[in-house]
Design a protein around this ligand. Structure first.
Ligand SMILES: NC(=O)c1ccc[n+]([C@@H]2O[C@H](COP(=O)([O-])OP(=O)(O)OC[C@H]3O[C@@H](n4cnc5c(N)ncnc54)[C@H](OP(=O)(O)O)[C@@H]3O)[C@@H](O)[C@H]2O)c1
Length: 268
């Protein structure tokens, strides 16, 4: 079962799963945009709507009897300097990119617990590993996914349910198009020139991203089919570097003030 399957990497994941012989439930806000195929059920699912998640899961079970793998893929990008992102837009980003996957997973887990097996795959981002300017809302939502999935993992492991976080670098999808990216309206003079430059740079990247989502989808199917899917998987050489750099940075930060960090216990 895949969310956001009408555009972007959700399309490639759907096709790779069908090619691998899976029966697929491809979901989207407008399922009519998902082309029909053998072994494919298309269902309406807006991830921000818990009732929509429940009914999509019910439709999947009615048709196929079980859900073996959920791919939390749907997402969008609210970009801009923190002070220029409206509270409503920031909240909407978290509704889609964090609460969205939670809504769908909450609907799927009872099915997986009953069958004592399942895999929850969540497409996070390198922005869920390392923050960067212009990405406060997106990174906040993706960092949230990281903590949620890491904490969920031991909760559901006793029932045969595994989790996998996918950390893509830049992939050539619709994400940086106006359909999927909302830039904050310039509002503060101090940021005006940086906003102009950053929007220009992000816009110019659209269509030139190095990652091929079809290859990501095929690799993802390899991991889904493996005996031990990893808890966290770097997708792309740029993603590998982000994860390695973060590991080194964290090690440095952890040990930089070792004596002070270790001096905080009660003396008796
Ligand atoms: N592409 C990258 O470089 C990259 C990098 C890191 C992480 N990611 C992550 O990869 C995932 C897929 O993104 P993509 O690159 O494939 O972007 P995309 O081409 O823009 O596709 C996004 C998909 O999510 C769907 N979606 C958005 N809001 C939704 C909602 N409320 N309910 C259901 N579906 C919704 C969209 O459907 P509609 O047609 O209805 O809008 C679309 O199918 C996202 O989680 C994204 O954050 C992408």
């Amino acid at each position: 079962m895949i969310t956001g399957a009408a555009r972007g990497m959700g399309v490639d994941i759907t096709q790779a799963a069908l090619a691998a012989g899976y029966a697929v439930v491809a979901t989207g806000r407008d399922p009519a945009k998902i082309p029909p195929a053998k072994n494919l059920l298309t269902v309406r699912l807006d991830v921000t709507d818990p009732a929509s998640a429940q009914s999509a899961v019910q439709a999947a079970v009615d048709r196929f009897g079980s859900i073996d793998v959920l791919v939390n893929n749907a997402g969008n990008f609210v970009a801009g300097f923190f002070e220029e992102i409206t509270p409503a837009d920031f909240r909407a980003q978290v509704e889609t990119n964090l609460f969205g996957p939670l809504n769908v997973t909450r609907a799927v887990l009872p099915i997986m617990r009953a069958q004592r097996s399942g895999l929850i795959v969540t497409i996070s981002s390198t922005a869920g590993i390392t923050g960067q300017e212009f990405c406060t809302a997106y990174a906040a939502a993706k960092f949230g996914l990281e903590g949620w999935a890491e904490s969920l993992t031991p909760e559901v492991a006793p029932y045969g349910i595994r989790t996998m976080l996918v950390e893509p670098g830049f992939f050539r999808t619709d994400l940086l198009t106006p359909q999927s990216t909302t830039y904050a309206a310039p509002a503060i003079d101090d940021y005006a020139e940086r906003t102009r430059q950053t929007v220009t740079a992000w816009t110019a990247m659209n269509g030139l991203q190095g990652g091929d989502p079809a290859k990501l989808a095929t690799a993802l199917l390899t991991l889904i089919n493996s005996d031990a899917p990893p808890l966290r998987w770097a997708a792309g050489t740029d993603a590998l570097k982000v994860l390695e750099d973060k590991a080194h940075t964290l090690l440095h930060q952890a040990t930089a003030h070792r004596a002070l960090s270790s001096s905080l216990a009660h003396t008796a």
